[in-house]
Design a protein around this ligand. Structure first.
Ligand SMILES: Nc1ncnc2c1ncn2[C@@H]1O[C@H](COP(=O)(O)OP(=O)(O)O)[C@@H](O)[C@H]1O
Ligand SMILES: [Mg+2]
Length: 268
């Protein structure tokens, strides 16, 4: 299977320490996918970086993996997420600089790679909605899984409903307090026969598969150090099983197990 990961590779800039680590939703997903999918599955990244120090960090990190990278270099800033860690390990996204990603357009070679995907995986959030609509305009014959990454802050149901015919699987990072958003996502899954997964931090996850619902607890972690990248790891764990025939329950459980290992250590 060709797994094509499209979106952000960048820098996680921790405050107040100033420590910079390789990160980005797409980069995190792809690294976990490389470990979790089968050895004969191909993992590809389509992305862009700037021409700054952050770009060197991304290049060096990806060079150490077996991921097939198709990453454009554009003069400017590599996408940077500024992160604070709260007492208890929960990450707090302070500020995001999409940098060169906000004006990125795919090359023909990158479009061809996307078109050849057996599984297309991408995030969407406010700063990259144009790239997202360009992405969904490319016909693929496989599955499309989208992380609606800022749905907690901006539950953009117009975007979701507008793109729903092109999306097979959706991930939504929410909180248990947000029952109304969860209900709307569940009813869209039922109406359009989709697989929508909401993750709820330490409160686990719920999958709406058509009209059916499956719940899964999180895996308890002795000390939560940094929750950055939990959702990305969860999605990689989930899809690596679901795309190879596992049922939703098994796939959720595997996502939760992998995410638990990520929250127990610093970095995504
Ligand atoms: N504090 C935690 N303890 C154990 N597991 C966690 C914790 N936070 C997240 N996880 C796991 O990671 C998954 C995704 O986390 P979540 O916080 O919902 O996503 P996001 O990274 O988008 O904020 C959860 O469903 C859970 O399995
Ligand atoms: Mg979280």
């Amino acid at each position: 299977m060709k797994v094509v990961c499209v979106g952000d590779c960048g820098v996680d800039h921790y405050l107040p320490s100033g420590e910079r680590r390789f990160g980005g939703i797409t980069a995190n997903f792809a690294r976990h996918a490389r470990n979790e999918f089968r050895a004969d599955d191909e993992i590809q990244i389509v992305s862009c970086i700037g021409d700054d120090d952050g770009a060197n960090l991304v290049r060096a990190a990806l060079a150490a993996t077996d991921i097939d990278c198709h990453i454009s270099t554009i003069p400017g800033t590599t996408p940077t997420q500024y992160i604070e860690i709260e007492a208890g390990g929960e990450r707090n996204f302070v500020r995001y600089d999409a940098g060169v990603l906000s004006s990125f357009e795919f090359s023909q070679e990158q479009r061809d790679i996307i078109a050849g995907s057996g599984l297309l995986v991408a995030p969407v959030y406010l700063q990259i909605v144009d790239l997202f609509s360009e992405l969904l305009s490319i016909e693929t014959s496989g599955l499309t899984a989208i992380d609606f990454a800022d749905f907690l802050q901006h539950p953009d149901f117009a975007l979701l409903e507008h793109s729903i015919d092109k999306v097979d699987i959706g991930f939504f990072g929410l909180t248990v307090d947000d029952a109304a958003t969860a209900e709307r996502i569940a009813s869209l899954a039922a109406r359009h026969d989709k697989l929508f997964v909401i993750t709820l931090g330490a409160n686990g996850s719920r999958a709406f598969h058509g009209a059916r619902e499956v719940q899964c607890d999180s895996v308890p972690v002795r000390e939560v150090v940094d929750t950055t990248g939990a959702g990305d790891a969860f999605a990689a764990g989930f899809l690596s099983r679901y795309c190879h025939g596992a049922d939703v329950e098994t796939s959720l459980r595997h996502g939760a197990q992998l995410a638990a290992t990520v929250v127990a250590k610093l970095g995504s």
